[in-house]
Design a protein around this ligand. Sequence first.
Ligand code: AMP
Length: 291
Amino acid sequence: MNKNENLTVVHTRSALRAEIEASRSTGDGKVALVMTMGALHEGHLDLVRKAHELAQTVVVSIFVNPLQFAPGEDFEAYPRTLEADLEKIESVGGAIVFAPSAEDVFPAGAPMVTLSAGPLGQILEGKTRPTHFAGVLQIVSKVMNLVQPDYALFGQKDAQQLAIIKQMVRDLDMQLEVVPVPIRREPDGLAMSSRNQYLNPAQREQALALSRALEAGRAAAAETKLPSAVIKAAREYLEGQPGVRLDYVALVDPLSFAPFNDGKSGTAVLVLAAWVGATRLIDNALVVVGK
Ligand code: AMP
């Protein structure tokens, strides 16, 4: 265990439980949890900052969860930068950092009892990555059970993940509040992502197509208010960009992820995914459509 004034690093579930017990008995007794796969950027740090506003005890997990990667995806290549991550967490107020090994988290190998995200887990992200959300829910529920937080913070960057986790918390009566945090972007609009590190300079430029397609969708919403026009504008923008291969564009309800068709009005989320070279990126934006 590595202990500085504001930073405590634990590598096992038992050490985590002990640190949380000790910390919970001081201050307001509240605990806020931020779950990450590391390679931290300002988007992650926004979650940590928000966690400090909500609770005296902040827990940040750093774990590249093998269950949410399918064979052939980037599990091995995913950046692992623990020392730099710890410095960043310390710079925004510290935390109890849980950085376990896969052996500590899954001592008996892959778990036998599993979770399903249901129909929400099969569409959009789940269509391209059919095992992804089950793997996410497995680790999210496990770490929530270990930490027993009052608040768990998730980025709106992963809009479908956020909707599924909110649904799990409701369906399983988990006693915590899910707190969404807005998307942090680079100055030119690219949504921050640990996977942006995979992009070479030309691809980094091409990746701007995603946020610009969202802008095209928002402009169409302002002009026509029609869901179909929003989708068309974003799709046509993306399809016209060199080096970018579209996976999906959809306009959906932010909670149920039901399609937002013409005739429906209110706030929807425009979600999209595309490959830039071999790197798959996602982005989204809230859009108001209808009357
Ligand atoms: P990750 O480590 O990429 O799995 O993300 C960990 C958490 O950080 C998730 O709740 C993400 O939604 C959130 N996150 C990642 N990128 C961003 C971003 N650009 N803005 C806000 N939150 C983010």
